[in-house]
Design a protein. Sequence first.
Length: 218
Amino acid sequence: MHYTQALRGFQCFLFDLDGTLLDSMPLWDKVYLQTLAHFGISVPADYLMHVNHLSVRDGAVYTVQSLGLDTTPEEIIRIWASLGTAAYRDSIQLKPHAADLLRADGKTLGIATALGKGFFESCLARNGVLSLFSDSTSVEEVGRGKDSPAIYLRACEKAGAAPGETVVFEDSLTGATSAKQAGFFVVGVYDASAEAQRADMIRTADLYITDYRDLLYD
C-alpha cells in the first residue's frame, strides 16, 4: 500500500483515537448514558460536543459542574473506567483500513488523544499497531483540551517535525479547527457521532474522508 499524492510530502502523521482511528464512539455514548442514568438524568444534547475533547479528569469535572451532580470527579472517573476499560482491552476495533494506512510507506506516527494510556495501549496492542507509533500525547499531559493546539504542537515536537510537515487526523470539529489554525494539514475523518458537524468539518479540513482506503492505493 502507498499513500495518495496529497499525503506523500509530509513527514509525520498525528492521530486522534476515539472516532478517528478507533471505532469507539458508540461505547462512549453507552458509558455516558449509563453514568448519567445512575444519577437519574439523561445526556444533554450538547454534552458529547463539550466532553469528548477534554482529558478524562477535565471531562469528569465538567460533568459534575455543568450537570450539578452530587458526586466528585473522582467518582465519575471510577465509573467511566469500570464501564470502559474492559471494552478497550477486549473488543474495540480499528476503523476499516486504518491498519493499512498505518503500515503504508514510512512516516513517523504519533497519537494526540484525550484518552489515558490505560485505555488505549492495550487496545492498540491487541489490534497489532501499538509498535508503529513513536510516541503518544494526551490532553492531560499538556493541560489543555483540543480547543487549544497545544496537544498537536507537543506531539509534533516529540516527532521532531514542524506543523507544516505534519498531518493531523481528527473526527471532531474542535480538534480540526485548532490544528488547522496552528498550521497543520488536517484530514477530517467521518464518524457517525459527529454527523451534525459534517458540513463544517468538510469546510475546515484540507481533506475529508469517509474511509481510510480513500488515502491509499496498491
